[in-house]
Design a protein around this ligand. Structure first.
Ligand code: NAD
Ligand code: LMR
Length: 361
């Protein structure tokens, strides 16, 4: 009888934890009567920061459905209770908990294996990604300070733009906190690869799932460099096709921003891409071998301190950074052209941490 009571209590605590932040940080108005439900299945703990946004919501849904996720923490400064209530009704075994506002950042991050960050403002037509720097740099700095304090060993996936600068910002914040592990910090450039695979598949006339295009450099304009000479399946493009594909891949983000006409940038395709990359991180954490993705990471492949290339991910993070491989003349030129812009974006991020702009009074 005592044993049955104890089991019931454990069950009730699990149910309550769906709706309540741990450490007594209860979410507004979401207390529930105890009912019968399953607790968390084995798996990884994942946090999405910016979870109530255009990317955050569909990404959280994809993570809630993922069999490798046991616990999903959703953090935002706005509307997390609504998103959590909604997602918590889906009958997948991951437990979902919500966290609202800076006071709950610590509990949101404690114990996480993987933190995915799509927090920040998106572009409107006519803006560059760098135009988002003034707002998003500070947001990323605060969130990474939280990661440094509460889950310094977690893999961190940065989506917030400008990725070319926000990843160096994250690295410097982690360094200042004394917990920087370059193997665990990833700028998510998967959407460039997803787009490249889609557009190339259209030109070749095959299933996009069978296509693999390495995309190197960074994640803005000409710093996005598809390496069409290394496409799988092998294919020889005409000069006209190369020009069309390179332009479309480099400007895929702008294509969506313009089509959305001021209501935001890519959200659904980004959520898909982020979930693909997160899945690779989780499979690597699980010990699976041969996990290879393109990502924007600390690198010595070029003279720049950050560069997107293919990387092999394992249980402890990045295990190998692949060289750019054989390039044709056009691609070699593309790499040289992108370096000054990428260098500037990296330096801008590093300076932001070490010489922050004075706060407006
Ligand atoms: P959105 O405005 O719809 O959502 C952003 C969310 O971030 C909002 O819910 C907002 O409340 C939240 N937020 C703001 N400040 C926060 C803070 N301090 N802490 C936690 N959450 C905070 O924007 P979106 O469309 O989801 O895009 C988010 C970011 O992702 C943008 O910077 C966008 O440029 C970028 N993005 C990157 C890629 C990529 O390939 N890496 C692709 C698409 C979009
Ligand atoms: C994208 O590539 O879609 C994102 O970086 C969002 C944007 O501003 O283009």
């Amino acid at each position: 009888m005592e044993e049955a009571n104890a089991r019931a209590q454990v069950r009730m605590a699990r149910i309550a934890s769906h709706m309540r932040a741990p450490e007594g940080n209860s979410m507004v108005g979401l207390e529930r009567e105890p009912t019968r439900a399953r607790g968390a299945a084995p798996g990884f703990k994942v946090a999405v920061l910016g979870a109530a946004g255009g990317i955050g919501q569909p990404l959280s849904l994809l993570m809630k459905m993922h069999p490798l996720v046991s616990t999903l923490h959703l953090y935002d400064v706005f509307n997390t209770p609504g998103v959590v209530a909604d997602l918590s009704h889906t009958n997948t075994s991951a437990v979902v908990r919500g966290f609202l506002g800076n006071d709950q950042l610590g509990p949101a991050l404690t114990g996480m294996d993987l933190v995915i960050i799509p927090a920040g403002v998106p572009r409107k037509p006519g803006m560059t990604r760098d135009d988002l720097f003034n707002i998003n740099a500070g947001i990323v700095r605060t969130l990474i300070e939280g990661c440094a304090k509460h889950c310094p060993r977690a893999f961190i996936n940065i989506i917030s733009n400008p990725v070319n600068s926000t990843v160096p910002i994250a690295a410097e914040v982690l360094k200042l906190a004394g917990v920087y592990d370059p193997k665990r910090l990833f700028g998510v450039t998967t959407l460039d690869v997803v787009r490249a695979n889609t557009f190339v598949a259209e030109v070749i006339g095959v299933d996009p799932k069978t296509v693999d295009v390495p995309v190197l450099g960074g994640h803005a304009g000409i710093t996005i460099l598809p390496i069409l000479s290394q496409v799988t399946p092998q294919f020889t493009f005409t000069d006209k096709e190369v020009a069309y594909l390179t332009n479309r891949i480099q400007n895929g983000g702008t294509e969506v921003v313009e089509a959305k006409a001021g209501t935001g940038s890519a959200t659904l395709s980004m959520a898909y891409a982020a979930a693909e990359f997160a899945q690779s991180c989780l499979r690597a954490l699980q010990g699976e071998s041969g996990i290879i993705e393109c990502a924007y990471v600390a690198s010595e492949v070029t003279e720049l301190p950050f560069f997107a290339t293919k990387v092999r991910i394992g249980r402890e993070g990045i295990e190998e950074i692949f060289p750019v491989g054989p390039l044709n003349h056009h691609e070699r030129e593309g790499i040289e052209k992108l370096k000054p812009e990428l260098r500037q974006s990296i330096e801008k991020g590093v300076n932001f941490v070490h010489n922050p702009p004075p706060k407006k009074s």
